[in-house]
Design a protein around this ligand. Structure first.
Ligand code: NAD
Length: 279
């Protein structure tokens, strides 16, 4: 298995394309427009040039990785062995994409989705190809974990193939049966939500909540700083998925987070969240 199509040349698509290209795969990157796919590749190349300048990568390795990356259109993906999509986190967008690719890609091609919260089983409904969750973490070229998520109809052989491919990227895969939030987000996001409740109830300050978890639980980053890094809109969306799927009140989103999202205090990306990043 050597030919991979990565769809979506944004934050995750760039990291995923880089991870595959760095490990000898022949990668075609697609986006809504081919220029946007090329833009994503240019950003990956720019990152590598910086690593070469800092002597963290050889010029030969950078040239090799760049040669493995090209921008394309969906029709170029006909002989791909694997597709990994990292487009918008919307069910209809992902389904529409896989419906198009269903007609183009060879039968043995596996459709991987990098969704952080949507049902793999639902994405796969009506799709002839085998679909599986291949959930990378940001930045995808450096973070070691891949959650390999089987939907109810994902064949065991597809899962085995994706576990091996993940290892070939130098990653450590974990096997996950489909369930809202998978493993990492089901634990991590409610923890950030709970930290927001503690703040809202006036039990401790932003700084003290984060210090408590850094020094008391040995976390490298406090939960509120992490919420700011992920984006509070994303935290809210994932809490809503956990709640809507289970109707379990333990997953209700903290109203402080909802208020901050409405007020565009989303964290680092808007310059202010629990902390102020504007200075
Ligand atoms: N950002 C994260 O930390 C993170 C982590 C794990 C998983 N994810 C998941 O990865 C996916 C992408 O997230 P991101 O943060 O990279 O988003 P992003 O907005 O940075 O990039 C999305 C890219 O997809 C392209 N795109 C949108 N619709 C498309 C379509 N129909 N066809 C082709 N390209 C299309 C956009 O032009 C954009 O370049 C989402 O499903 C997200 O939930 C994100």
């Amino acid at each position: 298995m050597k030919k991979v199509g990565v769809i979506g040349a944004g934050t995750m698509g760039q990291g995923i394309a880089n991870a595959f290209a760095s490990n000898g795969y022949d990668v075609t990157v697609c986006d809504i427009k081919i220029e946007w796919a090329q833009g994503g590749i240019d950003k990956i190349a720019g990152k590598m040039d910086k690593l070469v300048a800092r002597e963290k990568m050889t010029a030969e390795k950078a040239a090799e990785v760049k040669a493995n990356l090209k921008a394309g259109v969906y029709e170029d993906l006909a002989d791909c062995d694997l597709i990994v999509e990292a487009v918008l986190e919307k069910m209809e967008v992902k389904k529409d994409l896989f419906t198009k690719l269903d007609e183009i890609c060879k039968d043995s091609c596996i459709f991987g989705t990098n969704t952080s919260s949507l049902s793999i089983t639902e994405i796969a409904t009506g799709i002839k190809h085998n679909v599986i969750g291949m959930h990378f973490f940001n930045p995808a070229d450096r973070m070691k974990l891949v959650e390999v998520i089987s939907g109810i109809n994902t064949p065991v052989e597809t899962k085995e193939a994706i576990l091996e491919i993940s290892k070939s990227l130098g990653k450590t895969p974990v096997e996950v049966a489909e369930g809202p939030g998978f493993v990492v987000n089901r634990i991590l996001i409610p923890m950030i939500n709970e930290a927001a409740f503690i703040l809202q109830e006036g039990i401790a300050s932003v700084e003290d909540i984060d210090t408590a978890m850094k020094l008391g639980a040995n976390h490298p980053m406090g939960p509120l700083a992490l919420g700011d890094l992920i984006g509070l809109d994303i935290v809210e969306a994932i809490m809503d998925v956990l709640y809507n799927e289970t109707k379990d009140s333990k997953y209700r989103c903290c109203t402080l987070i909802r208020k901050m999202v409405r007020g565009k205090k989303l964290g680092q990306k808007t310059g202010v969240g629990f902390y102020d990043y504007s200075k």
